[in-house]
Ligand binder design. Sequence first.
Ligand SMILES: *[C@@H]1O[C@H](CO)[C@@H](O)[C@H](O)[C@H]1NC(C)=O
Ligand SMILES: *[C@@H]1O[C@H](CO)[C@@H](O)[C@H](O)[C@H]1NC(C)=O
Ligand SMILES: *[C@@H]1O[C@H](CO)[C@@H](O)[C@H](O)[C@H]1NC(C)=O
Ligand SMILES: *[C@@H]1O[C@H](CO)[C@@H](O)[C@H](O)[C@H]1NC(C)=O
Ligand SMILES: *[C@@H]1O[C@H](CO)[C@@H](O)[C@H](O)[C@H]1NC(C)=O
Ligand SMILES: *[C@@H]1O[C@H](CO)[C@@H](O)[C@H](O)[C@H]1NC(C)=O
Ligand SMILES: *[C@@H]1O[C@H](CO)[C@@H](O)[C@H](O)[C@H]1NC(C)=O
Ligand SMILES: *[C@@H]1O[C@H](CO)[C@@H](O)[C@H](O)[C@H]1NC(C)=O
Ligand SMILES: *[C@@H]1O[C@H](CO)[C@@H](O)[C@H](O)[C@H]1NC(C)=O
Length: 333
Amino acid sequence: MQIRRLAALAFASSTLAQTYTDCNPTNETCPSDTGLNLSTYSVDFTQGASDDWNMTYGSVSYDSSGAAFTITESGDAPTMQSNWYIFFGVITVLMRAAPGTGIVSCAILESDDLDEIDWEWLGGSVDEVETNYFGKGNTTSYDRATYVDVTDSQDTTHNYTIEWTSAATTWYIDGTAVRTLAYADALEGENYPQTPMRVKLGLWAGGDSTQNAGTIEWAGGETDYDDGPFTMYVEKIEITNYNPGSTYTYGDKTGAYSSIEVDSSDATNSTSSTYASSNNGTDISSSSNSTSSGNSSTSSSSSSTTGTSGASITVAGSIMLRVVVALASSRVS
Ligand SMILES: *[C@@H]1O[C@H](CO)[C@@H](O)[C@H](O)[C@H]1NC(C)=O
Ligand SMILES: *[C@@H]1O[C@H](CO)[C@@H](O)[C@H](O)[C@H]1NC(C)=O
Ligand SMILES: *[C@@H]1O[C@H](CO)[C@@H](O)[C@H](O)[C@H]1NC(C)=O
Ligand SMILES: *[C@@H]1O[C@H](CO)[C@@H](O)[C@H](O)[C@H]1NC(C)=O
Ligand SMILES: *[C@@H]1O[C@H](CO)[C@@H](O)[C@H](O)[C@H]1NC(C)=O
Ligand SMILES: *[C@@H]1O[C@H](CO)[C@@H](O)[C@H](O)[C@H]1NC(C)=O
Ligand SMILES: *[C@@H]1O[C@H](CO)[C@@H](O)[C@H](O)[C@H]1NC(C)=O
Ligand SMILES: *[C@@H]1O[C@H](CO)[C@@H](O)[C@H](O)[C@H]1NC(C)=O
Ligand SMILES: *[C@@H]1O[C@H](CO)[C@@H](O)[C@H](O)[C@H]1NC(C)=O
Protein backbone atom coordinates (compact mmCIF):
# COMPACT_ATOMS: atom_id res chain seq x y z
CA MET A 1 0.00 0.00 0.00
CA GLN A 2 2.77 2.36 0.89
CA ILE A 3 4.60 1.69 -2.34
CA ARG A 4 1.48 2.43 -4.32
CA ARG A 5 1.07 5.70 -2.49
CA LEU A 6 4.66 6.71 -2.92
CA ALA A 7 4.51 6.03 -6.62
CA ALA A 8 1.33 8.03 -6.88
CA LEU A 9 2.85 10.89 -4.95
CA ALA A 10 5.95 10.96 -7.11
CA PHE A 11 3.68 11.25 -10.09
CA ALA A 12 1.67 13.96 -8.41
CA SER A 13 4.81 15.90 -7.71
CA SER A 14 5.74 16.14 -11.35
CA THR A 15 2.77 18.35 -12.03
CA LEU A 16 2.80 20.21 -8.73
CA ALA A 17 6.47 20.87 -8.82
CA GLN A 18 6.52 24.60 -8.41
CA THR A 19 7.13 25.91 -4.95
CA TYR A 20 6.31 29.40 -3.82
CA THR A 21 7.73 31.71 -1.23
CA ASP A 22 7.54 35.49 -0.97
CA CYS A 23 11.29 35.68 -0.67
CA ASN A 24 13.61 32.71 -0.56
CA PRO A 25 16.58 33.56 1.68
CA THR A 26 18.79 30.95 0.01
CA ASN A 27 18.37 32.91 -3.19
CA GLU A 28 18.08 36.57 -2.23
CA THR A 29 18.24 38.95 0.70
CA CYS A 30 14.92 38.91 2.52
CA PRO A 31 13.30 40.90 5.31
CA SER A 32 13.67 39.38 8.77
CA ASP A 33 10.91 37.09 9.99
CA THR A 34 8.81 38.17 12.93
CA GLY A 35 9.56 35.76 15.76
CA LEU A 36 7.48 34.45 18.61
CA ASN A 37 9.16 36.38 21.40
CA LEU A 38 7.92 34.01 24.10
CA SER A 39 9.33 30.69 25.20
CA THR A 40 5.91 29.16 25.67
CA TYR A 41 2.62 29.95 24.01
CA SER A 42 -0.78 28.35 23.75
CA VAL A 43 -4.04 29.12 22.05
CA ASP A 44 -7.39 27.53 22.81
CA PHE A 45 -9.60 27.77 19.73
CA THR A 46 -12.61 26.44 21.65
CA GLN A 47 -12.68 29.95 23.13
CA GLY A 48 -12.69 31.68 19.75
CA ALA A 49 -10.33 33.28 17.26
CA SER A 50 -6.87 34.63 18.05
CA ASP A 51 -5.08 37.63 16.59
CA ASP A 52 -1.93 35.53 16.44
CA TRP A 53 -3.35 33.52 13.53
CA ASN A 54 -4.43 34.71 10.09
CA MET A 55 -6.37 33.00 7.38
CA THR A 56 -4.42 32.72 4.15
CA TYR A 57 -7.31 31.23 2.22
CA GLY A 58 -11.00 30.79 2.98
CA SER A 59 -12.40 31.05 6.48
CA VAL A 60 -12.98 29.04 9.64
CA SER A 61 -15.67 29.17 12.29
CA TYR A 62 -15.23 28.66 16.02
CA ASP A 63 -17.31 26.68 18.46
CA SER A 64 -16.84 24.47 21.50
CA SER A 65 -15.00 21.93 19.32
CA GLY A 66 -12.41 24.51 18.31
CA ALA A 67 -11.52 26.08 14.97
CA ALA A 68 -13.63 24.34 12.34
CA PHE A 69 -12.05 24.05 8.89
CA THR A 70 -14.78 22.96 6.49
CA ILE A 71 -14.97 21.90 2.87
CA THR A 72 -18.48 22.08 1.47
CA GLU A 73 -17.83 22.34 -2.25
CA SER A 74 -15.12 22.14 -4.86
CA GLY A 75 -12.63 24.97 -4.42
CA ASP A 76 -12.90 25.22 -0.64
CA ALA A 77 -9.49 25.02 1.05
CA PRO A 78 -9.47 26.88 4.39
CA THR A 79 -5.89 27.58 5.44
CA MET A 80 -4.52 29.43 8.47
CA GLN A 81 -1.03 30.32 9.67
CA SER A 82 0.69 31.78 12.70
CA ASN A 83 1.66 35.40 12.26
CA TRP A 84 5.11 34.68 13.68
CA TYR A 85 7.83 32.10 13.27
CA ILE A 86 9.48 29.83 15.80
CA PHE A 87 13.02 28.50 15.74
CA PHE A 88 13.32 24.97 17.14
CA GLY A 89 10.94 23.84 19.85
CA VAL A 90 7.93 21.70 20.59
CA ILE A 91 4.64 22.11 18.75
CA THR A 92 1.52 20.32 19.94
CA VAL A 93 -1.76 20.34 18.03
CA LEU A 94 -4.88 18.88 19.66
CA MET A 95 -7.23 18.11 16.81
CA ARG A 96 -9.60 15.87 14.92
CA ALA A 97 -9.05 15.21 11.22
CA ALA A 98 -11.77 15.64 8.62
CA PRO A 99 -13.59 12.68 7.07
CA GLY A 100 -14.24 12.28 3.37
CA THR A 101 -12.56 10.38 0.58
CA GLY A 102 -9.78 12.49 -0.88
CA ILE A 103 -9.99 15.13 1.86
CA VAL A 104 -6.58 16.02 3.33
CA SER A 105 -6.17 17.57 6.79
CA CYS A 106 -2.80 19.19 7.43
CA ALA A 107 -0.83 20.58 10.36
CA ILE A 108 2.61 21.61 9.19
CA LEU A 109 5.61 23.78 9.91
CA GLU A 110 7.16 25.66 7.02
CA SER A 111 10.02 28.12 6.56
CA ASP A 112 10.81 30.80 3.99
CA ASP A 113 13.33 28.58 2.25
CA LEU A 114 10.78 25.75 2.16
CA ASP A 115 11.96 23.53 4.97
CA GLU A 116 8.88 21.67 6.11
CA ILE A 117 7.69 19.23 8.79
CA ASP A 118 4.27 17.69 8.25
CA TRP A 119 1.35 15.81 9.69
CA GLU A 120 -1.26 14.90 7.06
CA TRP A 121 -4.45 12.89 7.46
CA LEU A 122 -6.39 11.38 4.57
CA GLY A 123 -10.15 11.40 5.11
CA GLY A 124 -10.47 7.86 3.82
CA SER A 125 -7.91 6.51 6.32
CA VAL A 126 -9.35 7.16 9.74
CA ASP A 127 -6.75 5.12 11.63
CA GLU A 128 -3.61 6.52 10.04
CA VAL A 129 -1.58 9.72 9.81
CA GLU A 130 1.29 10.58 7.49
CA THR A 131 4.51 12.16 8.73
CA ASN A 132 6.76 13.91 6.25
CA TYR A 133 9.51 16.47 5.91
CA PHE A 134 11.33 18.50 3.27
CA GLY A 135 14.57 20.48 3.29
CA LYS A 136 15.02 23.67 1.24
CA GLY A 137 12.14 22.78 -1.04
CA ASN A 138 13.88 19.67 -2.31
CA THR A 139 11.05 17.58 -3.69
CA THR A 140 13.14 15.41 -5.96
CA SER A 141 12.54 12.39 -3.79
CA TYR A 142 9.27 11.41 -2.21
CA ASP A 143 10.61 8.62 -0.03
CA ARG A 144 10.38 10.67 3.14
CA ALA A 145 6.81 9.97 4.22
CA THR A 146 5.81 7.41 6.81
CA TYR A 147 2.31 6.28 7.71
CA VAL A 148 1.64 5.86 11.42
CA ASP A 149 -1.28 4.20 13.20
CA VAL A 150 -3.63 6.36 15.22
CA THR A 151 -7.00 5.28 16.56
CA ASP A 152 -10.07 7.00 15.21
CA SER A 153 -8.44 10.28 14.16
CA GLN A 154 -11.76 11.81 13.09
CA ASP A 155 -13.91 11.33 16.18
CA THR A 156 -11.21 11.33 18.84
CA THR A 157 -9.07 14.32 19.69
CA HIS A 158 -5.42 13.32 19.78
CA ASN A 159 -2.29 15.16 20.79
CA TYR A 160 0.04 15.43 17.78
CA THR A 161 3.42 16.77 18.84
CA ILE A 162 6.59 17.59 16.95
CA GLU A 163 9.78 18.08 18.91
CA TRP A 164 12.17 19.90 16.62
CA THR A 165 15.82 20.55 17.43
CA SER A 166 18.96 21.02 15.40
CA ALA A 167 19.88 17.40 16.17
CA ALA A 168 16.62 15.55 15.50
CA THR A 169 12.90 15.82 14.88
CA THR A 170 10.51 13.49 16.71
CA TRP A 171 6.82 13.08 15.98
CA TYR A 172 4.65 12.02 18.96
CA ILE A 173 1.02 10.92 19.20
CA ASP A 174 -0.47 11.26 22.68
CA GLY A 175 3.03 11.35 24.12
CA THR A 176 4.35 8.26 22.32
CA ALA A 177 7.17 8.81 19.84
CA VAL A 178 6.19 7.42 16.44
CA ARG A 179 9.11 8.62 14.34
CA THR A 180 12.50 10.24 14.84
CA LEU A 181 14.51 11.85 12.07
CA ALA A 182 18.13 12.60 12.95
CA TYR A 183 19.91 15.51 11.28
CA ALA A 184 22.43 13.22 9.62
CA ASP A 185 19.73 10.94 8.27
CA ALA A 186 18.36 13.74 6.11
CA LEU A 187 21.08 13.71 3.46
CA GLU A 188 23.78 14.58 6.05
CA GLY A 189 21.66 17.55 7.10
CA GLU A 190 21.22 18.97 3.61
CA ASN A 191 17.53 17.98 3.61
CA TYR A 192 17.04 18.58 7.36
CA PRO A 193 14.43 21.21 8.31
CA GLN A 194 16.39 23.83 10.25
CA THR A 195 15.19 27.37 9.58
CA PRO A 196 12.51 29.44 11.38
CA MET A 197 9.06 28.06 10.71
CA ARG A 198 5.48 29.21 10.76
CA VAL A 199 2.74 26.84 11.92
CA LYS A 200 0.16 26.23 9.17
CA LEU A 201 -3.18 24.44 9.42
CA GLY A 202 -5.38 23.58 6.50
CA LEU A 203 -7.84 21.36 4.72
CA TRP A 204 -7.93 20.66 0.99
CA ALA A 205 -9.45 18.22 -1.44
CA GLY A 206 -6.73 16.12 -3.02
CA GLY A 207 -9.60 14.09 -4.44
CA ASP A 208 -11.21 16.99 -6.29
CA SER A 209 -11.97 15.95 -9.85
CA THR A 210 -9.84 18.82 -11.13
CA GLN A 211 -6.73 17.36 -9.48
CA ASN A 212 -4.50 15.15 -11.56
CA ALA A 213 -4.86 11.39 -11.38
CA GLY A 214 -1.76 10.93 -9.23
CA THR A 215 -2.93 13.37 -6.59
CA ILE A 216 -6.40 11.83 -6.50
CA GLU A 217 -4.91 8.38 -6.11
CA TRP A 218 -2.56 9.52 -3.34
CA ALA A 219 -5.46 11.22 -1.56
CA GLY A 220 -7.39 7.95 -1.55
CA GLY A 221 -9.84 8.53 -4.39
CA GLU A 222 -12.21 11.07 -5.81
CA THR A 223 -14.10 13.30 -3.38
CA ASP A 224 -17.90 13.13 -3.42
CA TYR A 225 -19.06 16.48 -2.07
CA ASP A 226 -22.53 15.02 -1.49
CA ASP A 227 -20.95 13.15 1.44
CA GLY A 228 -19.91 16.48 3.01
CA PRO A 229 -19.52 18.92 4.52
CA PHE A 230 -16.13 17.71 5.77
CA THR A 231 -14.74 19.40 8.87
CA MET A 232 -11.40 19.31 10.67
CA TYR A 233 -11.40 20.66 14.24
CA VAL A 234 -8.33 22.19 15.86
CA GLU A 235 -8.96 22.58 19.57
CA LYS A 236 -5.70 23.84 20.92
CA ILE A 237 -2.10 24.53 20.04
CA GLU A 238 0.79 24.59 22.50
CA ILE A 239 4.23 25.81 21.51
CA THR A 240 7.59 25.92 23.21
CA ASN A 241 9.97 28.14 21.25
CA TYR A 242 13.54 27.17 22.06
CA ASN A 243 14.84 30.46 20.64
CA PRO A 244 12.34 33.16 21.44
CA GLY A 245 13.10 36.39 19.60
CA SER A 246 11.43 39.35 17.98
CA THR A 247 13.13 38.66 14.65
CA TYR A 248 14.98 35.90 12.87
CA THR A 249 17.38 36.91 10.13
CA TYR A 250 19.15 34.69 7.63
CA GLY A 251 22.80 35.71 8.03
CA ASP A 252 23.75 34.18 4.69
CA LYS A 253 22.28 32.09 1.87
CA THR A 254 23.18 28.65 3.20
CA GLY A 255 19.85 27.98 4.88
CA ALA A 256 21.84 26.45 7.74
CA TYR A 257 20.51 26.83 11.28
CA SER A 258 23.88 28.21 12.33
CA SER A 259 23.35 31.15 9.99
CA ILE A 260 20.15 32.31 11.67
CA GLU A 261 20.48 35.42 13.80
CA VAL A 262 18.00 35.68 16.65
CA ASP A 263 17.20 39.12 17.96
CA SER A 264 16.37 38.11 21.48
CA SER A 265 17.11 41.49 23.04
CA ASP A 266 13.46 42.05 23.83
CA ALA A 267 12.33 38.46 24.11
CA THR A 268 11.09 37.33 27.44
CA ASN A 269 11.06 33.96 29.05
CA SER A 270 7.37 34.18 29.50
CA THR A 271 4.18 32.28 29.10
CA SER A 272 1.31 33.61 27.10
CA SER A 273 -2.14 32.30 26.68
CA THR A 274 -3.79 34.46 24.11
CA TYR A 275 -7.27 33.88 22.93
CA ALA A 276 -10.53 35.58 22.44
CA SER A 277 -13.40 34.52 24.58
CA SER A 278 -16.86 34.05 23.14
CA ASN A 279 -16.75 37.41 21.41
CA ASN A 280 -15.88 36.10 17.98
CA GLY A 281 -12.44 37.36 17.37
CA THR A 282 -11.47 40.22 19.62
CA ASP A 283 -8.54 39.42 21.82
CA ILE A 284 -9.65 40.01 25.35
CA SER A 285 -7.22 37.86 27.25
CA SER A 286 -3.53 38.21 26.77
CA SER A 287 -1.21 37.58 29.63
CA SER A 288 2.52 37.70 29.49
CA ASN A 289 4.15 36.41 32.62
CA SER A 290 7.73 37.41 32.43
CA THR A 291 9.92 35.43 34.74
CA SER A 292 13.38 36.19 33.48
CA SER A 293 15.21 38.11 30.83
CA GLY A 294 15.87 37.17 27.26
CA ASN A 295 17.57 34.03 26.17
CA SER A 296 20.14 34.35 23.42
CA SER A 297 21.13 30.78 22.91
CA THR A 298 22.16 31.43 19.34
CA SER A 299 23.84 34.41 17.78
CA SER A 300 22.15 37.61 18.73
CA SER A 301 21.67 40.50 16.41
CA SER A 302 20.82 44.03 17.34
CA SER A 303 19.00 44.45 14.08
CA SER A 304 15.83 46.43 14.36
CA THR A 305 14.48 45.25 11.05
CA THR A 306 10.80 44.69 11.27
CA GLY A 307 9.91 41.32 9.89
CA THR A 308 6.95 41.50 7.59
CA SER A 309 7.54 38.62 5.31
CA GLY A 310 5.22 35.98 4.18
CA ALA A 311 1.70 37.19 4.76
CA SER A 312 0.35 36.15 1.42
CA ILE A 313 -1.04 32.89 0.23
CA THR A 314 1.89 32.50 -2.08
CA VAL A 315 4.07 31.26 0.76
CA ALA A 316 3.94 27.61 -0.03
CA GLY A 317 5.99 24.52 -0.33
CA SER A 318 3.84 21.60 0.57
CA ILE A 319 1.47 20.00 -1.79
CA MET A 320 -1.38 21.37 0.27
CA LEU A 321 -0.18 24.91 -0.12
CA ARG A 322 0.68 24.52 -3.77
CA VAL A 323 -2.84 23.31 -4.38
CA VAL A 324 -4.27 26.21 -2.42
CA VAL A 325 -2.25 28.62 -4.51
CA ALA A 326 -3.50 26.93 -7.65
CA LEU A 327 -7.08 27.20 -6.43
CA ALA A 328 -6.64 30.83 -5.55
CA SER A 329 -5.13 31.76 -8.89
CA SER A 330 -7.74 29.84 -10.81
CA ARG A 331 -10.45 31.69 -8.93
CA VAL A 332 -8.84 35.02 -9.56
CA SER A 333 -8.43 34.41 -13.26
C1 LIG B 1 15.93 32.73 -7.42
O1 LIG B 1 15.81 34.06 -7.91
C2 LIG B 1 15.72 34.12 -9.31
C3 LIG B 1 15.74 35.58 -9.70
O2 LIG B 1 14.89 36.34 -8.90
C4 LIG B 1 14.43 33.42 -9.74
O3 LIG B 1 14.31 33.45 -11.14
C5 LIG B 1 14.46 31.98 -9.25
O4 LIG B 1 13.24 31.34 -9.55
C6 LIG B 1 14.71 31.92 -7.77
N1 LIG B 1 14.87 30.55 -7.34
C7 LIG B 1 14.35 30.09 -6.22
C8 LIG B 1 14.65 28.68 -5.89
O5 LIG B 1 13.66 30.79 -5.49
C1 LIG C 1 17.52 16.34 -2.93
O1 LIG C 1 17.37 15.19 -2.15
C2 LIG C 1 17.81 14.01 -2.79
C3 LIG C 1 17.60 12.86 -1.83
O2 LIG C 1 16.30 12.85 -1.34
C4 LIG C 1 19.26 14.10 -3.15
O3 LIG C 1 19.62 12.96 -3.88
C5 LIG C 1 19.51 15.35 -3.99
O4 LIG C 1 20.89 15.51 -4.19
C6 LIG C 1 18.97 16.56 -3.28
N1 LIG C 1 19.11 17.74 -4.12
C7 LIG C 1 19.68 18.85 -3.67
C8 LIG C 1 19.73 19.98 -4.64
O5 LIG C 1 20.11 18.96 -2.54
C1 LIG D 1 0.94 16.61 24.32
O1 LIG D 1 2.06 15.76 24.21
C2 LIG D 1 3.27 16.38 24.58
C3 LIG D 1 4.40 15.44 24.25
O2 LIG D 1 4.26 14.25 24.95
C4 LIG D 1 3.22 16.78 26.04
O3 LIG D 1 4.41 17.44 26.40
C5 LIG D 1 2.04 17.69 26.26
O4 LIG D 1 1.90 17.99 27.62
C6 LIG D 1 0.76 17.11 25.74
N1 LIG D 1 -0.27 18.12 25.82
C7 LIG D 1 -1.53 17.84 26.14
C8 LIG D 1 -2.45 18.98 26.22
O5 LIG D 1 -1.91 16.70 26.35
C1 LIG E 1 18.33 29.35 26.38
O1 LIG E 1 17.65 28.37 25.66
C2 LIG E 1 18.47 27.26 25.34
C3 LIG E 1 17.67 26.33 24.46
O2 LIG E 1 16.55 25.89 25.12
C4 LIG E 1 18.94 26.60 26.62
O3 LIG E 1 19.78 25.52 26.30
C5 LIG E 1 19.69 27.62 27.45
O4 LIG E 1 20.01 27.06 28.69
C6 LIG E 1 18.86 28.86 27.68
N1 LIG E 1 19.63 29.88 28.33
C7 LIG E 1 19.19 30.57 29.34
C8 LIG E 1 20.09 31.61 29.86
O5 LIG E 1 18.07 30.38 29.82
C1 LIG F 1 6.31 40.35 21.41
O1 LIG F 1 5.63 40.21 20.17
C2 LIG F 1 4.34 40.77 20.18
C3 LIG F 1 3.67 40.38 18.88
O2 LIG F 1 4.55 40.45 17.81
C4 LIG F 1 4.46 42.27 20.38
O3 LIG F 1 3.18 42.86 20.41
C5 LIG F 1 5.17 42.53 21.69
O4 LIG F 1 5.39 43.92 21.83
C6 LIG F 1 6.50 41.83 21.75
N1 LIG F 1 7.07 41.96 23.07
C7 LIG F 1 8.30 42.33 23.27
C8 LIG F 1 8.75 42.38 24.69
O5 LIG F 1 9.03 42.59 22.34
C1 LIG G 1 12.44 29.64 31.01
O1 LIG G 1 12.40 29.56 32.42
C2 LIG G 1 12.19 28.25 32.86
C3 LIG G 1 12.01 28.30 34.37
O2 LIG G 1 12.94 29.16 34.94
C4 LIG G 1 13.38 27.38 32.45
O3 LIG G 1 13.18 26.06 32.87
C5 LIG G 1 13.47 27.41 30.94
O4 LIG G 1 14.61 26.69 30.51
C6 LIG G 1 13.58 28.81 30.42
N1 LIG G 1 13.49 28.79 28.98
C7 LIG G 1 14.17 29.59 28.22
C8 LIG G 1 13.97 29.46 26.77
O5 LIG G 1 14.93 30.44 28.67
C1 LIG H 1 -20.24 34.13 17.30
O1 LIG H 1 -20.49 33.77 15.95
C2 LIG H 1 -21.38 32.70 15.83
C3 LIG H 1 -21.46 32.32 14.38
O2 LIG H 1 -21.41 33.46 13.56
C4 LIG H 1 -22.75 33.13 16.39
O3 LIG H 1 -23.65 32.06 16.29
C5 LIG H 1 -22.56 33.49 17.86
O4 LIG H 1 -23.78 33.98 18.36
C6 LIG H 1 -21.50 34.57 17.99
N1 LIG H 1 -21.24 34.79 19.41
C7 LIG H 1 -21.14 35.98 19.90
C8 LIG H 1 -20.88 36.08 21.36
O5 LIG H 1 -21.26 36.99 19.23
C1 LIG I 1 3.10 34.46 36.90
O1 LIG I 1 4.00 33.54 37.49
C2 LIG I 1 3.86 33.50 38.91
C3 LIG I 1 4.97 32.62 39.44
O2 LIG I 1 5.06 31.41 38.73
C4 LIG I 1 2.47 32.98 39.26
O3 LIG I 1 2.30 32.95 40.66
C5 LIG I 1 1.44 33.91 38.63
O4 LIG I 1 0.16 33.38 38.85
C6 LIG I 1 1.68 34.06 37.15
N1 LIG I 1 0.78 35.07 36.62
C7 LIG I 1 0.14 34.90 35.49
C8 LIG I 1 -0.70 36.03 35.05
O5 LIG I 1 0.24 33.88 34.82
C1 LIG J 1 -3.35 39.44 9.66
O1 LIG J 1 -4.57 39.89 9.14
C2 LIG J 1 -4.88 41.21 9.51
C3 LIG J 1 -6.28 41.50 9.06
O2 LIG J 1 -6.46 41.14 7.73
C4 LIG J 1 -3.85 42.15 8.87
O3 LIG J 1 -4.12 43.48 9.23
C5 LIG J 1 -2.49 41.75 9.38
O4 LIG J 1 -1.50 42.53 8.72
C6 LIG J 1 -2.20 40.30 9.14
N1 LIG J 1 -0.98 39.98 9.84
C7 LIG J 1 0.00 39.32 9.26
C8 LIG J 1 1.22 39.09 10.09
O5 LIG J 1 -0.07 38.91 8.12
